[in-house]
Design a binder for this molecule. Structure first.
Ligand code: 5GP
Ligand code: ZN
Length: 135
């Protein structure tokens, strides 16, 4: 399924040109237009899914295989020292384009890429509540 108002559907289909690093029948991997670091790439499925909540099970398993292939190849090409894999779901979590995508963000010594969070403390109350609700 495609969404005719979705820019990533058009990019994934090749209707809008992009710097494509890899393509197969299910995915296109492109360079991000506003990279967090040199080589920041996005894995886009060719079909439209809003985000991980909706992603087809088979594609969900395939996307990590593509991510693995890409970071192994790109770490040699880019000479980076590490990788962050980021995948945002819904606006509150930073999603700005509502077509599932996975960020591959190369990390270099001394870069100022700001991915992080303040460490909290797991309370007994939260732990009990979550485990109980999942039963
Ligand atoms: P999100 O915030 O939804 O997780 O990530 C969206 C990403 O898509 C951003 O990093 C943004 O720079 C990138 N992006 C948005 N529009 C385009 C585009 O037209 N082409 C490319 N290559 N990247 C885009
Ligand atoms: Zn789309």
């Amino acid at each position: 399924m495609k969404d005719e108002n979705c820019i990533f559907c058009k990019i994934a289909a090749g209707e809008i040109p992009s710097a494509t690093l890899y393509e197969d029948e299910d995915f296109r991997v492109i360079l991000d237009l506003n990279p967090a670091s040199k080589g920041h790439a996005l894995i886009l499925p060719k079909e439209h899914y809003r985000n991980l909540y909706d992603l087809d099970d088979e594609l969900a398993s395939k996307v990590l295989v593509v991510a693995k292939k890409m970071v192994n190849r790109l770490r040699d090409v880019l000479g980076c020292s590490g990788y962050n894999i980021v995948q945002n779901n819904e606006g509150v979590a930073g999603q700005s384009v509502f077509h599932f995508h996975m960020h591959l963000i190369p990390r270099y010594e001394g870069d100022n890429v700001g991915i992080g969070w303040k460490l909290g403390t797991l309370t007994e109350e939260d732990k009990a509540e979550i485990l109980n609700k999942l039963k």
